[in-house]
Design a protein around this ligand. Structure first.
Ligand SMILES: Cc1cc2nc3c(=O)[nH]c(=O)nc-3n(C[C@H](O)[C@H](O)[C@H](O)COP(=O)(O)O)c2cc1C
Ligand code: SF4
Length: 677
């Protein structure tokens, strides 16, 4: 027990069993603003996994005029209390503490939702990320919102929370104290004393309501790192004042601003960015306060977390996305199974999805947030079967892993000398290399599970039938698809050629993105960074329409730094050779007007077409003729369709071999099918 991470910690009266916590993050699983079963089970799983404390919500909103920007919980509603009680009971039962982050979003939201109330802030200054221009808070707004905070805190106390955390970076509380967002000339603006008036009113009202026995913390930017914003000296001065009045019991350190997506990536770094960039800063804050110091920012591996505690930089170390990827981190440390921790690869699919699709999902853990139906620990099967998996991309690897956990005898046949499929291609962009963790973790798990992985194995249907399998999983992936051009389809190369290193375009390059996903933008980034003169053409109304805001940032940086030309709402119609170069005709869906470009290379991305010949060859020998019982799949029952009595094995096709999708889809296909095989 001398692991620094496993030392208990007393947060005032609250005994925490170790030093690892999950910081507030809104996963957008709420149902009508209530933390119903999905929300509860998601947090209970972390408690089962041994975390010391899970901070629920991501700014549960205290007022009706704080419209939920990303599925936030409705703390302003009394109906939330019983739901909170169920959640806190569930977490406490497994030995973890549980708190909730409360907020009023101020200008960090939009008005066109829920009650359509105007957005409110200290001054009518637009927040770039959410775009609404707020009304300037009047006195009656301030009084009302202060009361709402206290009411919200009381509800959470009644619901059995161990404490609350106030969100004070980019939200209403600090919008008042930051000179960047507070341009008022009344008693709430100007001097630091005036700018602190509203947040102090909030904290005093909360303390008065919940008493000193209830934990109250603050998550604040101690240095906004913005010219004219809160600097470290002022940040520490604010903290000193809150501490000296006994208003807060802990501080959760943030450094930076979240007003733009680009700034947000500095606070929540994505893959390709530095690990633990603000840890030393948080350590310096700890030198200046006697409050417990918490912090989370890309501390995604156990060694860095251990260093943070061992070196006294933090009291509690946040491993938030790391727990989205694997909620059982602490349990695995305790059991000496650290190498089995599923790594967070920083893809930030989770965060991007709360805006793009209204729910956080992990790129490579399909069980997260699906705890009601998908297991994090795979149950062993009562009857061992022979499972052959063809293809070692994400779908095939996950299928083999789950089948191995089930106790089956598993063989993986991969045509290439390595595993990874399209992930290996994506990771050719050096900035996205961490994606390889998705592959490496599975390869290492397959070794532990004694799965027989055969590389350089190009097999036909007869080879597979000869293996006498009970179950065959075809996960052979896809191949690049070309759009329908009027002419010249044979003159183009694909983004796969660029990412794979087979083609390095030079001179004038036109990249036609008729897909909108990472592969096009990543190929474009590599071309732009290599010094070619690049134009990206897309028929969409925005660039990379399937890529979320956080992931968009480094692409935009690359295109801005290289003067890449971006042309929206345009389609490449034809390509023909002309004087040793290519003449590209460009049209659009909106008009018959056409223009031309003269370039050296045309690169296209139009998604993938299935690579499934083997599946169709195997179909006649299978018992189910490849059919999937979707009802059984959804209900978690084994597949039992028989369409061919003479068939000797069940045959299933998963991942991009069925239809071109993404990594999460491939992994989810595999998990939900194989967990019941
Ligand atoms: C899906 C998601 C939603 C988040 N929402 C919030 C939020 O509402 N409030 C907050 O203070 N932090 C939020 N965060 C930030 C996390 O608390 C944490 O600071 C961040 O993920 C960096 O820590 P990590 O690298 O350990 O994940 C969110 C993070 C994620 C991934
Ligand atoms: S989506 Fe990526 S960043 Fe988010 S938890 Fe999963 S691996 Fe980590």
């Amino acid at each position: 027990m001398d692991d620094p991470l496993l030392q208990p910690f007393a947060l005032k009266h609250l005994q925490l069993r170790n030093r690892v916590f999950s910081s507030a993050h809104e996963p957008a699983y709420a149902d009508g603003g209530m933390p119903t079963d999905r929300y509860r089970l998601y947090h209970v799983e972390k408690a089962k996994g041994g975390v010391s404390m899970t901070m629920t919500a991501g700014g549960a909103v205290v007022s009706r005029d704080s419209p939920p920007a990303f599925g936030n919980l409705h703390v302003f509603d009394d109906a939330i209390v019983p739901w909170v009680q169920r959640l806190t009971n569930g977490v406490h039962e497994h030995g973890s503490a549980v708190m909730i982050q409360l907020t009023h979003l101020g200008r960090r939201t939009g008005w066109a939702q829920d009650d359509w109330l105007p957005v409110v802030a200290p001054s009518p200054l637009r927040e770039p990320a959410h775009r609404s221009i707020p009304k300037e808070a009047e006195e009656w707004d301030i009084e009302r919102i202060v009361g709402d905070y206290a009411d919200g805190a009381e509800r959470m106390q009644a619901g059995g929370m161990d404490g609350i955390e106030l969100e004070a970076y980019g939200h209403l509380m600090d919008q008042f104290w930051s000179p960047l967002t507070n341009h008022r000339d009344d008693e709430y603006g100007g001097s630091l004393d005036n700018r602190l008036r509203f947040p102090l009113m909030v904290l005093r009202a909360i303390r008065e309501r919940v008493g000193s026995g209830f934990l109250v913390g603050i998550r604040m930017a101690l240095d906004e790192t913005m010219p004219g914003g809160i600097d470290a000296a002022t940040g520490l001065e604010i903290l000193r004042r809150l501490e000296s009045e006994g208003l807060v019991d802990f501080v959760n350190v943030i450094r930076g601003s979240i007003a733009t997506d680009a700034a947000l990536t500095q606070v929540i770094p994505i893959h390709g960015m530095r690990s633990a960039p603000h840890l030393d800063f948080a350590g310096e804050v700890r030198q200046h306060t006697s409050l417990a110091v918490l912090h989370a920012s890309k501390i995604d591996d156990v060694a860095t977390a251990r260093h943070a505690i061992a070196e006294g930089k933090l009291d509690l170390v946040g491993m938030t996305r790391a727990h989205i990827a694997d909620p059982h981190i602490v349990r695995k440390i305790i059991e000496g199974r650290e190498s089995e921790i599923r790594p967070c690869v920083g893809a930030t699919y989770c965060l991007d999805r709360i805006y793009e699709a209204g729910e956080a999902l992990c790129i490579h853990n399909a069980a997260t947030s699906r705890e009601a139906t998908m297991p994090h620990d795979i149950r062993r099967s009562s009857s061992a079967r022979r499972v052959v998996v063809i293809g070692a991309g994400p779908a095939g690897l996950e299928a083999a892993r789950v089948a191995g956990e089930r106790g089956h005898s598993v063989t993986v046949l991969e045509a290439m000398p390595w595993a990874g499929g399209q992930i290996r291609l994506a990771a050719r962009n050096p900035r996205r290399r961490d994606l390889l963790g998705i592959v490496e973790w599975r390869v290492s798990e397959l070794e532990r599970l004694d799965v027989d992985v055969r590389y350089d194995s190009y097999v036909d249907s007869a080879d597979i039938v000869a293996m006498q399998p009970n179950v065959v999983i075809v996960a052979t992936g896809g191949l690049p698809k070309l759009p329908e051009f009027e002419e010249g389809g044979d003159l183009v190369v694909t983004t796969w050629d660029v990412l794979g290193g087979d083609v390095t375009p030079t001179g004038d390059v036109l990249l036609y993105d008729d897909n909108g996903t990472h592969s096009a933008l990543s190929g474009a980034e590599m071309i732009a960074r290599s010094g070619a003169n690049l134009e990206i053409v897309t028929p969409e109304r925005m660039l990379g329409i399937e890529v979320g805001g956080m992931n968009h940032v480094p692409y935009a940086r690359a295109f801005n730094e290289t003067d890449t030309r971006i042309t929206l709402n345009q389609r490449v119609m034809s390509i023909r050779p002309e004087s040793g170069r290519l003449c590209v005709e460009i049209g659009s869906d909106q008009t018959k007007h056409r223009v031309t470009r003269h370039v050296d290379t045309v690169v296209v991305d139009h998604g993938t077409v299935v690579n499934a010949d083997l599946y169709f060859e195997l179909k006649p020998s299978s018992s189910n003729l490849g059919a999937v019982d979707y009802g059984a799949l959804m209900d978690g029952r084994p597949q039992s369709l028989v369409r061919n009595e003479a068939g000797t094995f069940q045959l299933f096709r998963i991942g991009d071999a069925v239809a071109g999708r993404n990594i999460h889809a491939a992994i989810y296909d595999a998990l939900r099918l194989l967990k019941d095989v």
